[in-house]
Structures are given as structure tokens and as C-alpha cells.
Design a binder for this molecule. Sequence first.
Ligand SMILES: O=C(CO)COP(=O)(O)O
Length: 256
Amino acid sequence: MRRLFGASGRTVTVALDQAMPRGVAPRLADIAPTYASIAAAGPDAITMFKGLAAAVFAHNTAPVPFIMKVSAFSADFHLTREAVVGTVDEALRLGADAVAVGISAGSSHQVEGFSELAAVTTRAAEVGMPVVCHAYPSGELWTEDKKGSTEAVLYAARAAAEIGVDVVKTWYTGSTAEFAKVVEGVPAIVVAAGGAKADNPLDVLRQAASVVEAGGYGVTAGRNVWGAVDPGKMVTALRAVVHDGERPETAAKLLD
Ligand SMILES: O=C(CO)COP(=O)(O)O
């Protein structure tokens, strides 16, 4: 856990796990320069599937703390059912520092999803491997008024914590006050996803500052890092906000 959370006790983790769920964006297709830019800026960890990790880390086993994603959804084909694509024991053998599992709360596949997560937390506890859960209320069973609400996000995040994960990564709920309700109701370390690509990079930094102000432990950001004009500079700016408490407007100057 100490490897994933810097000296400040917070994390700027970069998620490079999105080709399978969301399609092979050009920055992910041409992964070598994207990875090099991100890694050089020193994120606290990178979340990836094992095959990509094997490719980008090459023969250097641990240049950056590595969170191995062991489940995957595929938005265009199935948003609410995760494929199991790895195990805790594999992650151990590959030198991963943690495993990550996704759950889709409020879906007709919730029972299987929770059971699969529980199998991971049980094995991970036996071998001392931290578990990160990407816990989203992305199921189809939510009524229209509940979809995307703080109540739904809190439910997904709370379920993950109760299944015994160490870190819950979930959706930012729009304001410091609303995200604080999620943090307060979840007995685990809570971090926020970056979310859909923002038009203005300053908004990414403002969101990170709000997460920390709400009591969150940082961010696990994907599209707003690897999709940034300069991914490495975005990692540096996020680190300034999350670890050093820099104002977003000041940190944004690091993007120039
Ligand atoms: O961890 C993530 C995806 O698995 C976060 O991705 P986004 O920041 O793009 O939402």
C-alpha cells in the first residue's frame, strides 16, 4: 500500500486499462510514447492489464508501481458484466503491487460481480496483496432519478468496501460536499476516477483538488491523463495538487 500512496499518503494513479473497455484510442494504440511520457513524470502507480504491462515494462519488472487489473468490462458490448481476465496469483508472479477489479452495482449481474470480487479479496488477503475496486453504479436497474446520484455512487463504493477491498475508486459526484458524503460513508480509502475527457484541463485539476478537500486520497485518472496534450505534464500538475496542495490555477501553469 505504501508504494501506491506517496509521501503525502495520497495517490496520483494513471489508468491505462481502457482499450478493452472503450476502444483503442490513438494514444493507446501508440502506447510506447504515451507510457514513456507518463512514467517519466512519476505517477504513484499505473493500472493496466497484464499483457500491456508485459509490453511496456519490457524486462524492467517494476519501474513504476503496477496495479494489475484482473477484470474488464466492454462498454460497447456489455457495460455491466465484467470478464475475469487475471488472478491474484498471476499478479503476484508478475510482481504487481496490487490488483484491481471492477464492479457494476445496480446491474442484473450484480450477484456474480460481487461474488467475483469477493473471491479476489479472499485470495488477496491470504497473500497480502492490496485490492483496488473500480466501483461504479453503472447497472441498468437504477431508476432515472437515481442514475449517477450520490446515493448510487455511495451504494457502489460502500458495497466494495464491505467486500473487503483496500481502495475504492469511484465516480466524482460533482462537488466537494457531495463527494464528502461518499468518503464519509465508505470504510476504505476512497479515490476518484478522472471521468470523461474535459474540454479544459484546469477542470481536471479543480476536480482533483475537490476530491482531496472532500477527504479523498487522490485520483486514478485515465482519459484526462493519457488523452491530455502532454500526458507527463498532466501527471506533474496532478501531483502538485494532490501531493503538495497546490492551487489548481497555479498547478495549471505546469501544463504550459
Ligand atoms: O480507472 C479508470 C478506468 O479504469 C479511470 O478512467 P477515467 O479517468 O478515464 O474515468
